[in-house]
Design a protein. Structure first.
Length: 319
């Protein structure tokens, strides 16, 4: 077994042979645990046929390990924390995928990889998987990490796109159609609440999600508040109810003068502050946000106007 290597000419932190032995023991244990059962990729339901992947453990030069775009955005605070509190015994092993060009794509451990480079190491122990396509790598990354609290929906969504996940591709196609991008910037036409789009699609269907995105692009293209998960959930409820009755043009004509921030504040008042991302799809919260949109739409319409929208509690939609 080759050990974790460090370029002592570039770093001042000393690592004892005892510490390196602990790293080696950790690597061997991890490899043995994974080798106990064959590794299989995702099933046909995800669009990638199941396939057994060969694996082994090796000490690899860091210069040959690359990071693909399906990975999460690198968090330099996490890297700094690893560097500051570096303990070789707790490093574990990186998981990489061997490529035909001789490089290795990191599937698990990009923050540790970056920290090792900053600390001056030139090699590390890795579990090497062979025989994967880039789609399978992305799917592996998503499945390995989607249940970890530290991995956000934006990260798994990006990996799902690389893995050619059908649902994610449908969402991305609609976002592209209406000029949206996904990210963490919180800027207009930049959606952070990808989870809200997923829930609208799963609960209400493609048409409702498309109407939701279309009305935002037409009515509030320069506003970021409307892209909050709570407001997206309310719009999903709105278009579920009125998608056959209204057009996006009609919606835009009546709603463009209403500020999303004011509507969000009204929803907070009506729910006594209970509306938040974690409660956005609760039926009562969703209904209340929808009611705020309906009130804004009906403003200045006569009580007996045929253009007024009627809103009633839907008992058939009990959760």
């Amino acid at each position: 077994m080759q050990q974790l290597h460090r370029n002592t000419a570039e770093a001042s932190v000393q690592v004892s042979m005892e510490e390196l032995a602990k790293v080696e023991a950790t690597a061997v244990a991890a490899a043995a645990e994974q080798e106990a059962q064959p590794t299989f990729l995702s099933d046909a339901r995800e669009g990638i046929p199941a396939k057994e992947v060969e694996q082994h453990i090796a000490c690899l030069p860091l210069e040959r390990i690359v990071t693909e775009q399906y990975q999460r955005i690198l968090n330099m605070k996490n890297v700094a924390g690893i560097v500051k509190n570096f303990d070789p015994a707790k490093l574990g092993v990186l998981v990489v995928s061997y490529r035909a060009d001789g490089t290795y794509a990191v599937l698990d451990g990009q923050h540790r990889l970056t920290a090792l480079r900053q600390l001056g190491y030139d090699a590390a122990n890795c579990i090497v998987l062979e025989g994967m396509t880039i789609q399978q790598e992305a799917d592996y990354f998503r499945r390995q990490n989607e249940n970890k609290q530290s991995l956000r929906i934006n990260d798994t969504f990006n990996a799902s796109l690389w893995a050619e996940d059908a649902e994610s591709l449908r969402i991305k196609a609609l976002m592209d159609k209406y000029g949206f991008r996904h990210g963490k910037s919180g800027q207009p036409m930049c959606i952070c609440a990808i989870g809200a789009l997923q829930r609208i699609l799963r609960r209400f269907g493609d048409r409702t999600l498309e109407l939701t995105l279309a009305c935002i692009a037409a009515t509030w293209p320069h506003d970021s508040t409307i892209l909050r998960g709570e407001m997206l959930a309310g719009l999903g409820e709105f278009w579920r109810r009125y998608g056959e009755q209204l057009t996006v043009a009609q919606f835009e004509a009546r709603m463009r003068k209403h500020l999303p921030l004011e509507m969000y504040q009204e929803a907070r008042r009506r729910t006594q502050g209970k509306i938040m991302p974690s409660t956005a799809f609760n039926k009562t919260i969703r209904f209340t946000m929808c009611a705020v949109y309906v009130s804004a739409y009906n403003k200045q319409l006569r009580t007996n106007s045929p253009n007024r929208l009627e809103l009633e509690w839907d008992h058939e939609d009990e959760e």
